[in-house]
Design a protein around this ligand. Structure first.
Ligand code: FCB
Length: 480
């Protein structure tokens, strides 16, 4: 039975893409002038990454980039979302590295040649280790260093790249990196984690203004957002836990960036961790600089309880042996009871309707919300290779098609969604879980680096082709 999503009419110009991140795929960890990022350094800490794996070779994209772009073309992607590595562009954060910039320049040329729109993210978690040694994101100065890096990238690619994303999922690189310690740099310092949140916001706003001045016209940020559903809406303890989860997962990011203010309850909850004093006069104006789009990453939503005795994976605990602290600063009692839904290999619950709900809610709660793009959605499963070499990843195919269907329903309910990027193009380095969790629609053989399109990749390609077919059939359509 063909999935109903294949026959749907998508808005004219809807973008179909796939996403990756520099640290997860490039490899060439110390080639072409690149020096340590916080992730290279973190990977050397015993127990930090599952099986002691590292990013040195990753999936060798640095050397196989033209082949990977050919794959994207075969799949029929409209756009490719990738990130640039700060530690490659400005090794040690000293000065621009022409060889590092040249790699991205060649990538952009290959993409344009293949008719694929480059969708660039400046920060997908790989701070130069040299800056971490000066305090990292807990140091306000890092925000100003980020602008220099952003300008260096723009000066080389700004003539060809139109879509600029400042940060990917600041939640992870602040609260997980400096709070729970499950992500690099692995610090477990609540005050530093809150400082990292504010300084990344500032870096975002400063970079938006700087790139705008240089001529950029399509600027945005990508946030990982989740629904916060109280286990028992009649229980004040669960309700308050859900409020606090929503504050730390969603509103501490959305409100300053879109509305120019931190939520009042967040300011009160985080006063013991120094949030109010971090905000200097003028910061919020910079942070709320207007944007052309908001990227939404979504994998699962969360049932929340304030009764810490409720068991349940929260998907944030990491894959390695290091014991993680809670990323829920000041709200360590937050618990994630199971709803008995199917789960992916990450132990994340599968609930496509959560994506619909989230997209509709954003439009309702944030007046003036810029257009939305789903910049990541996908699933890890324990794939097996058939004797004929194929990968029949039926669960991943179902996950992707069901979530795309949920995006369609959100559109019907008024959400302004303009594109969808599946995570991920390739199997890759899944942070502290190492290479054990495969998210790709293309399999990578970690011995030979050979790429094989999985059944989910073929299904996605068919969906893109069908969407284009329907668009062509529409009278007066731009893509006709
Ligand atoms: C997101 C990250 C991405 C990848 C997916 C599975 O949080 O942005 O790099 O790890 O999760």
């Amino acid at each position: 039975m063909p999935h109903s999503t294949y026959s749907r009419q998508w808005p004219d110009g809807f973008i179909w893409g796939s996403a990756t991140a520099a640290a997860q795929i490039e490899g060439a960890g110390h080639e072409g002038g690149k020096e340590d990022s916080v992730w290279d350094h973190f990977a050397r800490i015993p127990g930090a990454i599952a099986k002691g794996e590292n990013l040195e070779q990753a999936v060798d994209h640095y050397h196989r980039m033209p082949e990977d772009v050919r794959l994207m073309k075969e799949l029929g992607l409209d756009s490719y979302r990738f990130s640039t590595s700060w530690a490659r562009v400005r090794p040690g954060d000293r000065a621009a590295n022409p060889e590092g910039l040249d790699f991205y320049s060649r990538l952009v040329d290959e993409l344009l040649e293949a008719g694929i729109l480059p969708w660039l993210t400046l920060y997908h978690w790989d701070l130069p280790q040299a800056l971490e040694e000066k305090g990292g994101w807990a140091n306000r100065d890092t925000a100003y260093r980020f602008v220099e890096y952003a300008n260096d990238v723009y000066d080389v690619l700004g003539d060809r790249v139109q879509h600029w994303t400042t940060f990917n999922e600041p939640f992870c690189s602040s609260l997980l990196g400096y709070g729970s310690g499950v992500h690099a740099p692995g610090r477990q310092e609540p005050r530093a984690a809150i400082a990292a949140v504010h300084h990344q916001h500032l870096a975002h706003g400063l970079a938006v203004n700087a790139l705008r001045e240089r001529g950029a016209q399509n600027l945005g940020i990508t946030l990982n957002l989740s629904n916060s559903i109280p286990r028992d809406p009649a229980d004040p303890v669960d309700l308050d836990a859900a409020r606090r989860f929503d504050s730390l997962q969603n509103r501490i990011f959305l409100d300053p960036i879109l509305l120019g203010s931190y939520p009042q309850d967040t300011l009160v909850d985080l006063a013991p961790f120094g949030l109010p004093e971090l905000i200097l006069p003028g910061d919020l104006e910079v942070i709320s600089a207007p944007l052309e789009f908001l990227g939404v990453n979504h994998y699962h939503d969360d049932l929340i309880s304030g009764h810490a005795d409720h068991e349940g994976g929260d998907g944030h605990s990491g894959g390695a042996e290091r014991v993680a602290a809670s990323p829920w600063i000041g709200s360590e009692d937050i618990a994630f009871p199971s709803r008995g839904l199917p789960r992916t290999a990450m132990d994340w619950e599968v609930n496509p309707d959560g994506l619909r709900k989230l997209l509709v809610r954003l439009g309702e709660e944030y007046p003036g919300l810029p257009p939305l793009y789903i910049t990541e959605n996908g699933a890890a499963y324990d794939d097996t290779v058939e004797p004929d070499g194929s990968v029949q990843d039926t669960e991943r195919t179902g996950f992707i098609l069901d979530h795309i269907a949920a995006v369609g329903e959100a559109l019907d309910q008024g959400a302004d969604v303009r594109g969808y990027f599946v995570w991920s193009l390739l199997d890759n380095f899944e942070w502290s879980w190492g290479y054990g969790k495969r998210f790709g629609i293309v399999r990578v053989d970690y011995g030979t680096f050979e790429r094989t399109v999985k059944a989910s990749g073929h299904a996605y390609a068919r969906l893109i082709a069908a969407a284009k077919q329907h668009a062509r059939a529409l009278p007066g359509s731009r893509s006709a």
